[in-house]
Design a protein around this ligand. Structure first.
Ligand SMILES: NC(=O)c1ccc[n+]([C@@H]2O[C@H](COP(=O)([O-])OP(=O)(O)OC[C@H]3O[C@@H](n4cnc5c(N)ncnc54)[C@H](OP(=O)(O)O)[C@@H]3O)[C@@H](O)[C@H]2O)c1
Length: 316
């Protein structure tokens, strides 16, 4: 099976087109079916997280497909993420994730947000009592490095980290993060972070690469933008393919969610689209506005972040 991939700073390779598995419906059979459909179409990179509730369905779909020889485990790149309530003990957090997945290892384990929660916290939108007031990245990252040493994952990284927070991490880490998974699309281009990560050999994975058009918190602003639409017309492509093609042109891997067979295929088609310099210049002119702003992690009393500017270190 042919698929595109890039090499990370740890030596692993990561396929550049991934299927996201967050869905507000969180229907186990639907998720499982989507993963198996995607596998048949050539997707080899799957993105899940404890907080999505999709680990069991993703694991079941992959395990069945490995057993019936549709795919080999070594050809799959599986990412999951450490939720804030597991920052105290990433090894236990990942062990529970592996149990839900029914897998012996994940290929990438990411610190989902730079937010530490009380170990008993369960809410996806934490209430004030659930925050730890200090991030304590040293402890969390030490645990992530142990996960790697123990063979529970093949690589480690972060998500939703600003350049400032990555620099803080690099100042003490024995093993640097291989990836920063962040929101990135033509209306949130991450120019500063891309330059910083390029300088430090950290790969960027782009989440919500379409702006999350079907999500309650998402927006159709990316796919509806007249610049994106006119580029699509010019290349006989779709607006979604242009948005994904832009992210790919910047060297990012793309984490796009669709559980619809036609749209999965359409999204895969972005790998064949080549945007020209004129297209890229036009996209640079687009107004920027971050969609996933992280307000749910900000409060005046218990969170270390009193404003969203604190959370993103003014990179918003
Ligand atoms: N690290 C983080 O904090 C973080 C945050 C957000 C997301 N993520 C990851 O990134 C993945 C993708 O992000 P996302 O779901 O927020 O945003 P997205 O991939 O930009 O958008 C997904 C939405 O767009 C629709 N869609 C997909 N392909 C389409 C197409 N070709 N044309 C029109 N609509 C299309 C999907 O509906 P259908 O399913 O009906 O096609 C879905 O409603 C998530 O599933 C998750 O794995 C990570």
């Amino acid at each position: 099976m042919k698929y595109n991939q890039v090499t990370l700073n740890c030596g692993s390779t990561i396929p550049i087109m991934a299927l996201g598995t967050y869905s507000s419906q969180n229907d186990r059979e639907e998720t499982k079916h989507a993963v198996q459909t995607a596998l048949k179409m050539g997707y080899r990179h799957f993105d899940t997280a404890k907080i999505y509730g999709s680990e069991a369905a993703v694991g079941e779909a992959l395990t069945e497909s490995i057993l019936n020889q549709t795919v080999e485990r070594e050809d799959i790149f599986l990412t999951s993420k450490l939720w804030g309530s597991d920052h105290h003990d990433p090894v236990s957090g990942l062990t529970r994730t592996l149990k839900r997945l029914g897998m012996e290892h994940v290929d990438m384990y990411l610190v989902h947000w730079p937010v530490k929660l009380k170990p008993w916290a369960t809410n996806a939108v934490p209430d004030e009592a659930e925050f730890e007031p200090v991030l304590d990245l040293e402890t969390t990252w030490g645990g992530m490095e142990r996960c790697l040493d123990m063979g529970l994952c093949r690589s480690i990284g972060v998500s939703n980290f600003s350049t400032n927070k990555i620099q803080r991490l690099l100042d003490f880490a024995s093993i640097p993060p291989a990836v920063d998974q962040v929101e990135m699309h033509p209306r949130w281009r991450q120019t500063k972070l891309r330059e910083f990560c390029g300088d430090h050999n950290i790969h960027i994975s782009a989440y919500s690469p379409l702006g999350g058009p079907g999500n309650a918190w998402g927006s159709t602003a990316v796919v509806d933008d007249p610049i994106i639409q006119s580029i699509a017309l010019k290349h006989k492509a779709t607006p979604a393919q242009v948005a994904l093609g832009w992210g790919l042109s910047k060297g990012a891997s793309i984490i796009v969610k669709s559980f619809n067979k036609e749209r999965m295929k359409e999204n895969m088609g972005a790998l064949d689209l080549r945007l020209d310099d004129h297209d890229l210049l036009n996209i640079e002119m687009m107004e920027e506005r971050k969609i996933m702003r992280g307000e749910f992690l900000v409060n005046q009393t218990t969170s270390p972040y009193k404003t969203i500017q604190d959370l993103w270190d003014d990179e918003i």
